[in-house]
Design a protein around this ligand. Structure first.
Ligand code: CDP
Length: 224
């Protein structure tokens, strides 16, 4: 069993490539950001102010997040796969992710998922905190402008209304909060490999990650 951790700042393309790599290698993929997004969606549904830590933490006992095949996300049985990508969720998720109790609640579930199969997990703290013993750790970066452009185009193609300026501001704000929080902040693990994808296409990044994995574990099978 192999665990692959892919961390990095907002909209660096981690989930896009992690999904493809997982499929090619037959690994389980876990989008940990989607779990923080689902919790944020629930707080917003309840009309709770996401900047009010105590009020958000109080909701933990009533939140049940399920990560289904094909990246479907359920929150208390409701399919929130699309709703968690909305700008109102993106704009609040970094507050929720800065609360230690909420992180401990979600990290426990993330660690359980890595127990029984080879996994690729993407997030902010996978290599540093969730899976510190992961065999492969990648820190995927790109310039703010590249990341904002990619996320803007992704949103438009999914029919999510937004402007480029709003997205760039959101990406900068999340990077600031994610890197600055006290508990399990965004930072490269000491033993991570830095992958700057500013000038790389999706396929190139996928191939680079597969090469990193197969160089270390040559027996890894690649399914087409
Ligand atoms: O896809 P994108 O880069 O926009 O973000 P995401 O992976 O969906 O994560 C959304 C937010 O959840 C991040 O900005 C972090 O605040 C938080 N997060 C985290 O704190 N730790 C993780 N392991 C994953 C996400």
């Amino acid at each position: 069993m192999i665990s692959v951790a892919i961390d990095g700042p907002a909209a660096a393309g981690k989930s896009t490539v992690a999904k493809i790599v997982a499929k090619k290698l037959g690994f389980t993929y876990l989008d940990t950001g989607a779990m923080y997004r689902a919790f944020t969606w629930y707080c917003l549904e309840k009309g709770v102010d996401c900047e009010n830590e105590a009020a958000c933490v109080n909701l933990i006992p009533e939140v049940n997040i399920e990560m289904k095949p094909n990246n479907v996300v359920l929150c208390n049985g409701i399919d929130v796969t699309t709703a968690i990508r909305q700008p109102r969720v993106s704009g609040n998720v970094s507050y929720i992710a800065s609360y230690k109790d909420i992180r401990l609640f979600l990290v426990e579930q993330q660690r359980n998922m890595a127990k029984n199969s080879s996994v690729i997990m993407d997030g902010r703290d996978i290599g540093t905190y969730v899976l510190p013993n992961a065999e492969i750790k990648i820190f995927q970066v790109a310039t703010v402008e590249t990341r904002a452009k990619r996320r803007y185009e992704e949103n438009i193609s999914k029919g999510i209304q937004c402007t480029y300026e709003e997205i760039e501001e959101d990406v900068r704000k999340r990077d600031r909060i994610d890197s600055g929080r006290a508990f399990a902040p965004l930072k490269p693990a000491e033993d991570s490999i830095l992958l700057d994808t500013s000038h790389m296409g999706i396929e190139e990044v996928v191939n680079a990650i597969i090469k990193i994995i197969t160089d270390k574990f040559p027996e890894t099978r690649i399914y087409e």
